[in-house]
Design a protein around this ligand. Sequence first.
Ligand code: KG4
Ligand code: ZN
Length: 333
Amino acid sequence: MKVLGVETSCDETAAAVVVDGEQVLSSVVSSQVDLHAAFGGVVPELASRAHVELLTPVIAEAMLEAGVEGRDLGAVAATVGPGLVGSLLVGLSAAKALALVWGVPFVGVNHLEGHIYAAFLEEPDLEPPLVVLLVSGGHTMLIAMEAHGRYRLLGATLDDAAGEAYDKVARYLGLGYPGGPAIDALALEGDPSAIDFPRGLLREGYDFSFSGIKTSVVTYVRKHPSVGTADVAASFQEAVVDVLVTKAQRAAAEIGATGIVLGGGVAANSRLRERILDACIADGLRAFLPSRAMCTDNAAMIAAAGWWRLRSDGPTPLGAGADPGLGLPLITT
Ligand code: KG4
Ligand code: ZN
């Protein structure tokens, strides 16, 4: 079944056509980064207006590239949350209208679940239980995935998300927005052991804390104004990745996972990918790493998650609204 995915939760306008939740026929992403860069972050009102302008051409391009028409599709899936409400409404309304016109089911998709399913686009044969490390600009979660759609929360950030810490530190270092890719690139030229930044909650449980390291970076640079920015970037990144990998590895051992799944924008980070791969090799685990393009916001992951949700829950009623604060559906028993 071919599913059209639509993603407009934040500042990327995206559409994709995916077969059976795994084969990507097309994935078009129009980034609004330049539009928001001057403001140092996403401006919600500008984002929704840009989605209105960009969405129709982006969907048309995705359909054309995939060589499909409306009648070839089995469903239209769109992100319902979490995200910016105005932005979500643009994609959601377009997806519902298209589903209605083409007479195919509509599926509302949780953006966080989309990030998890990005990992299965390239390696669909998942074998639960798995540990999922979901690290984006708004979330940092360690999850035990017991089966498709069955998630148990092991830990989450108590303050800043990992991507948020990257963005804030990058802004402080004058590296611009978005900060993650800038720090990732600059860190390649620095010494990761130059500065011993704190590893928050490293040995305690599965929760995370990244606000301390952000403050440490500021304090350190103030005290040592001549320090090389590349060394600061590399040392900051090493501390963040250390905590993420240590906890994911410990969780995988504790729940007897067959592998570790990475998801979210920070999963594009080269050092995190390298260290997770090393950890998986050392412990005989499988590493499910989405390709870099599938880590940051895109619609192929939404089409994939939508295909799975359609199989398990059926279509979403057209009356369903956007849910800006939507969380991942968790099992608690
Ligand atoms: O998943 P995403 O595209 O949007 C959200 O749902 O939040 O994640 C965006 C976050 C930003 O904080 C960005 O700085 C971070 O992912 N990011 C990275 C890298 N690429 C994107 N962080 C570290 N290294 C990267 N290469
Ligand atoms: Zn995202």
